[in-house]
Design a binder for this molecule. Sequence first.
Ligand code: ADP
Length: 475
Amino acid sequence: MFIHGEWLSADSGEVFQSTNPATGKVLGQVASGSRSDTRKAIDSAAEAFSVWSKLTVYERAEFLYRAHSLMMAEQDSLAVVMTEEQGKPLAASRNEVKYAADFLLWFAEEAKRIYGRTIPSARTDQRFFAIQQPVGVVGAITPWNYPISMITRKVAPALAAGCTIVLKPAEFTPLCAKAVFEIFAKAGFPPGVANLVTAADPEPVGAELLSDSRVRKLTFTGSTEVGRMLSQEAGKRLKRVSLELGGHAPFIVCPDADPVHAAKGLTLVKFLNTGQACISPNRIFVHSDIAEPFLQELTARVKALKAGSGFEPGVKIGPLVSKGELEKNENQVQDAVEKGARLLAGGCRLMEDGLENGYFFAPTIIRDVTPSMLIYRQETFGPIAPVIIYDDSDDVLSMANDTDYGLAAYVYTKELKTAFRFFENLNFGIIGINDINPTSAAAPFGGMKDSGLGREGATEGILEYLETKLGGFSV
Ligand code: ADP
């Protein structure tokens, strides 16, 4: 753990192992922190806050610029740690490190644009000023699927705003978190500004972050179930929360779209990170007029995707993170096939060519999916593309919106009018129109409904860590 600028063992002396999901091999062990370690980290963050929040934004930005340069200089070695521990192909890991570093750069710059306002008063002898101040100590909990960028997406805006932070990474990817905090250590942030508590059991760390009144804000990325529970607890103490939760993205291919182009886009976005992304398309709606050419192209492309170790050239499909995820994927396919869906590719665990020690699931397409199937409603988090063939454009909008989630949605069309209709009427926070990568450190990321609260990245991202203070001056 990294607390008050030092690498520490857990108070209990306990450790836990991190393993490679492609091979089952143990990669290393890290401290397993609990409540007392978390309290120590909060003490440190609270002490550092009084100094860090008083630096000028230019001084805070300097530290973030340094962390950005160091991260880019370490892009290759960080990518290796990520591929080993999380399993994604090396090229994808390199892209993620760049994306992670982008947040450090963007928020170093955004720190200088923490503006206030002057507000005209109805009284001649009164002046109003609204200023923005950091909320205080932040508790952050991050997931394993994007184990480096989800850390900087929270740490960079928090630190830019003048907050200090205690972060608990996912138990599947503690080595990635350690590698990021080694960069923060090299960047020379004052002790206590950014603290890391690794833990095999997340519950006590979360409980301490929630119960300590000095923690004024909780930022979480993970499942809707855990996010809802944390938010309820935070609500009892009126802590601010930002939540990036699950998704169930629709991918709509309109009758005027180019079916080949759409199939290519779907293959790229659906199988990215082996489908383990909250913005992964989970319900593919294709108009009946172009369903056959679309499915033909999609099947050819998906059958060509190679699974294996992320270090092997040409591999596009890494392992799933755990046995539990593997079983969930198997169960969704089995349920769909039993209820009449047709399998066009994959559909089972991969057990050959050395893949048997990892959690590999074949890239899968199922067609004729209906609302009665589990996969229609349940988030997949795996390499399965469920296709629903539709006839009516009004129906498809309501079907796409018929989910408790509201994170990302994708539409393929050549008609400007259709594009606007979907953009304005889909109840999701991020809409890709003929675009499969609607994300950037400069663009607001976040969801509606059960997909969460608040936005990360962009101008909105820093506001999550700032509080408005009004001054009324009688003159
Ligand atoms: P996923 O399904 O992506 O693994 P989780 O919501 O279980 O999603 O995990 C996301 C993050 O939330 C991880 O860092 C995990 O350790 C943490 N987490 C899970 N349960 C709790 C809890 N009860 N209290 C605090 N953090 C938790």
